[in-house]
Design a protein around this ligand. Sequence first.
Ligand SMILES: [Fe+2]
Length: 289
Amino acid sequence: MSELSTESITEAVLQRLAGTPDPRLKFISEALVRHLHAFIEEVRPSFGEWEAAIDFLTSVGQMCTRERQEFILLSDTLGASMLVDAINAPRDPRATESTVLGPFYLDDPPQFENGAIIDGGREGVPLLIEGEVLDSEGNRRGGAIVDVWQSDAEGAYDVQNPESTTYLRGRFTCDGAGRFSLWSIVPSSYAIPNDGPVGKMLAAQARHPFRPAHVHFRITSPGCSSLTTHIFVKGDEYLDSDAVFGVKESLIEDLPLHEPNEAPIGRLLDRPFSWLRRTFVLAPVPHQA
Ligand SMILES: [Fe+2]
C-alpha cells in the first residue's frame, strides 16, 4: 500500500471517484474534492479549527425546522444564493429580474380571491398591491399563480410568530387578463433570524443582519419560467447593504401615500394608504441543450 502525501491525497480521492456512473454527479464530486482540498491547503486549519467547522455545520443543520431554514440563511449570507440565481436567471432582458427565495417561503399558503385583505389584523399602513403578469412577448398570462409573502410593520413573518397563525401570505390566481390584487400592509426592514449559528457568524464578521423592506413574489404560469423575486421599498436605509445581497435596482419601487378617498371601490379606508402597481414579466422556458 502506498503512502499518501498532501500532494497525492487529492489525486487518490479523484481516482476513487472515477467510476461514478452519473456523469453530472461525477463532475460535481470531482470539483468538490478539488476545491475543498485547495481550500484546506490555503487555510491550513488546526485540528481545533476543523472541529469548530464541523460543529458549526452541525449546529446549522440542527437549527432547521419547517419554519426555520438555517442552511438557506447560510447560503444567502455568503452570497451563494445570489450566485446560483445569477447563473440560472433567464437571460431574457425583457423578463422581470429574480432574487433570492429566502427562508420564509411556504409551499402551501392559504388561497385568496383577488382583492382579499391578507393583513391578519396586523397594524400598519394599508398597502394595495395590483399586479399584472405578462410573458416576454407581451401576452397576458391569465390564470398565472402568484404567491405573495412579506413581513409585518415590525419586520416579523407569520412563521416567526409563536401563535403560529398565518398572515401576510397567500396564493392568488390571475384573472383572464393576467391581473391580481390584494391588500396587505407596508412591510418593514428586518433582521434575518440571528439567534442561531448564522447570527453568530455575522457578529464575528462585524456584519449587520438587516434586509431592506420588501414583498416576496413567486409567479408560475404554464409555458413560462417561474419567477421568484421581491419588490423593495424605495428609500429604505438597507438597500445598499442587504445582508443577503438580494437587491436589484429594477426591483425597487416608490410607495407614496395616497389619501383614503383615492382608494379603489371595495374597501372603505379612514387613513392614507400606499399603492404598489407593478407588471411582472415571465421569461420563456429555456430550451434544453
Ligand atoms: Fe423577506
